[in-house]
Design a protein around this ligand. Structure first.
Ligand SMILES: Nc1ncnc2c1ncn2[C@@H]1O[C@H](COP(=O)(O)OP(=O)(O)O)[C@@H](O)[C@H]1O
Ligand SMILES: [Mg+2]
Length: 265
C-alpha cells in the first residue's frame, strides 16, 4: 500500500549540523500520526520541509505518490497539504472570520479581473467561501467569535483558530505543530476530540506533540526522531517499550536500568 504522505531520504543541513537526516517516513491515509522526539530532534524542520517552507538538501516529499519537492508552499496547500505553526501565527488586527478566509487563498478559482470587477461569479464564489469558513469555525467551537478581532482571543482559542484556517481548504493531510502547547488539561481534552473529528471527516493528521498522554491517547502511529534521524515508527504501545526510544528520552543509563527492571521476574 502506498502511503498518502511519504518522505524518502529527506535531509536538511545547516552549517555544522544536520537537522533532518535521511528520513523515510510514511503516513497512512485516515490515520492520526504523531511525530515525537527530544527538543532539537528536527521535528519542526521536518514539518517545514514537508510543507514547503524550507528546501531539503536532498530527498523527496510525495503526496498520493506525486513528487512535491520542487513545489512552493501554496501549491502544496492547493494539492491538499495544510499546516499550523509551533508559535501561533494569526493576523491579530483581522477578524476571526477573515483569518480563516486567508486559508483559502491558495485554492481560489476566480482570477484577478473577476476580483476587481466583482462579477456575479466572484460574488457567488465569495459567499460560498464565507460559508465554508463559518463551517470550519463551527468545527473548532469558535463560530460565535467570527466577528471579533483575532488578537483579542485567548491563546488556546488562537491555536484553535489556526486549526480552522488550516482545515478550511479541506486538506488531505493537516500538519499540527505542538497543538496542545500552552493548553490546560480541559483544553487539551477538547483538542483530542477535535483531532479525532478531523480524522473522522477524512483528513489525515500528522502532529508534533510533547504531551505524551495526549500522543498515546489519540495516535494510530508514532514516529520518533532523535538528532534528525528516524529511530522508531510504529504503534504507540510499542514506542513506549522500544529501548532506542527510552534511550533517546532518558539517556543511556536510565534506559538500561529501566530495561533491567522490566526483565527481572
Ligand atoms: N534556520 C536554522 N539554522 C540553523 N540551525 C537550525 C535552523 N532551524 C533549526 N535549526 C537547528 O536544527 C535542529 C532541529 O531543530 P527543530 O527542527 O526546530 O527541532 P524540534 O522541532 O524537534 O525541537 C536544532 O539543533 C536547531 O537548533
Ligand atoms: Mg519544534
Amino acid at each position: 500500500m502506498t502511503a498518502l504522505l511519504q518522505t524518502q531520504g529527506l535531509t536538511r543541513r545547516y552549517a555544522g549540523l544536520i537537522a533532518v537526516d535521511g528520513v523515510d517516513m510514511a503516513v497512512q491515509a485516515g490515520s492520526v500520526h504523531a511525530l515525537i522526539g527530544p527538543n532539537g530532534a528536527g521535528k519542526t524542520t521536518l514539518f517545514n520541509l514537508i510543507s514547503g517552507l524550507e528546501i531539503p538538501s536532498s530527498g523527496t516529499v510525495r503526496l498520493r505518490g506525486q513528487d512535491l519537492t520542487a513545489l512552493p508552499a501554496d501549491r502544496r496547500t492547493a494539492l491538499g497539504l495544510a499546516r499550523t505553526f509551533q508559535n501561533v501565527r494569526v493576523f491579530a488586527a483581522m477578524t476571526v472570520l477573515e483569518n480563516v478566509l486567508t486559508g483559502l487563498h491558495p485554492c481560489r478559482a476566480a482570477g484577478l479581473a473577476a476580483t476587481i470587477l466583482r462579477t456575479p461569479r466572484f460574488r457567488r464564489e465569495e459567499r460560498a467561501l464565507v460559508e465554508r469558513a463559518r463551517a470550519a469555525l463551527d468545527m473548532v467551537g469558535l463560530a460565535a467569535r467570527a466577528g471579533e478581532r483575532a488578537g483579542g482571543l485567548s491563546y488556546g482559542d488562537q491555536r484553535r483558530l489556526e486549526i480552522a484556517r488550516a482545515m478550511v481548504p479541506e486538506p488531505a493531510v493537516v500538519l499540527l505543530d505542538e497543538p496542545a502547547a500552552g493548553m490546560n488539561p480541559a483544553e487539551t481534552e477538547t483538542l483530542a476530540g477535535l483531532v479525532r473529528r478531523i480524522r473522522d471527516l477524512g483528513t489525515t493528521v500528522l502532529l508534533v506533540e510533547h504531551d505524551m498522554g495526549f500522543v498515546m491517547d489519540i495516535s494510530d502511529t508514532v514516529t520518533v526522531l532523535n538528532f534528525g534521524r528516524l529511530i522508531f515508527s510504529g504503534a504507540p504501545a510499542a514506542a513506549r517499550q522500544a529501548p532506542e526510544v527510552l534511550e533517546a528520552y532518558l539517556g543511556h543509563k536510565v534506559a538500561a536500568r529501566l530495561a533491567a527492571r522490566v526483565q527481572r521476574p
